[in-house]
Design a protein around this ligand. Structure first.
Ligand SMILES: C[S@@+](CC[C@H](N)C(=O)[O-])C[C@H]1O[C@@H](n2cnc3c(N)ncnc32)[C@H](O)[C@@H]1O
Length: 234
């Protein structure tokens, strides 16, 4: 199961992001842009609530409820003041027509059955609501280097040497992930009932240089290593 490593590495996850302030802020800008006028928000796989806290403090965007399976992560989120249920996206009960937005930030790659979660998200949304699915596309520069590290087993392999991000993401967390292409996620989102899909992207520099600047999000999905797919419930 993809979340067990997060129990073990909960504090390392936050520490990694806090060391990579520019990457964190770049990703945060994409999340904030995708959550403009988002109403009442349910955050699935909310982890330690790191993004949720920054969304609140920097953008006045509040998350109403979170669902997170790794106890170690959920406990940090609760300490940050969030209302978090410990459960997987696939098993949790999201309720019916309770929210205006359901957010999946950085967690789809760890989920076994993304379709099951998206169907629950559809039911949990009020008409006109949106789902925001944000992750690293398999075909992006980060997706490719993470899969290379998965194949070589280490950031120290000669094939990876000289290409790494400044502080590589812990290999234990890379090993748990299954990155899907944007096309694959779009198909699952559409099959779950959502329409009018919109794409926003960021982290467009090569991974080796992405720590050097904070990027603003752009429209589309053709160059970003962090892509938001937004779908609407009619
Ligand atoms: C990369 S972290 C992202 C956390 C948070 N959304 C953020 O952006 O900081 C991925 C999270 O997905 C969670 N996760 C893994 N499997 C999951 C599942 N089946 N359902 C929901 N969340 C899951 C992990 O426990 C972890 O907290």
């Amino acid at each position: 199961m993809g979340y067990q490593a997060f129990d073990q590495y909960a504090s390392e996850y936050d520490a990694w992001f806090l060391e990579n302030e520019n990457v964190l802020q770049t990703e945060l800008r994409l999340v904030a842009e995708s959550l403009k006028d988002a109403g009442e928000i349910l955050s699935i796989g909310c982890g330690s609530g790191l993004f949720e806290k920054l969304l609140q403090d920097q953008y006045s965007i509040r998350i109403k409820h979170g669902i997170e399976p790794a106890t170690g992560m959920a406990e940090i989120a609760r300490k940050r003041g969030f209302d978090v249920e410990i459960n997987t996206a696939e098993d949790a009960d999201y309720g019916i027509e309770k929210y205006d937005t359901v957010l999946f930030n950085g967690c789809p790659c760890y989920m076994q059955d993304l379709g099951a979660a998206l169907r629950k998200a559809y039911a949990a949304l009020r008409p006109g609501g949106r789902v925001v699915v944000i992750d690293i596309p398999k075909e992006s520069a980060y997706g490719l280097i993470y899969n290379l590290v998965l194949a070589t087993g280490s950031w120290d392999h000669p094939l990876v040497e000289g290409c790494q991000p400044k502080d590589p993401y812990p290999v234990e967390l890379v090993k748990q992930a299954n990155w899907r292409t944007t096309a694959e996620k779009s198909a699952i989102i559409a099959e779950s009932g959502f329409s009018d899909l919109v794409y926003k992207q960021t982290l467009t520099l090569s991974p080796h240089y992405s720590h050097t600047v904070v990027e603003d999000p752009q429209d589309g999905c053709d160059r970003g290593s962090y892509v938001a797919i937004i779908g609407y419930k009619k």
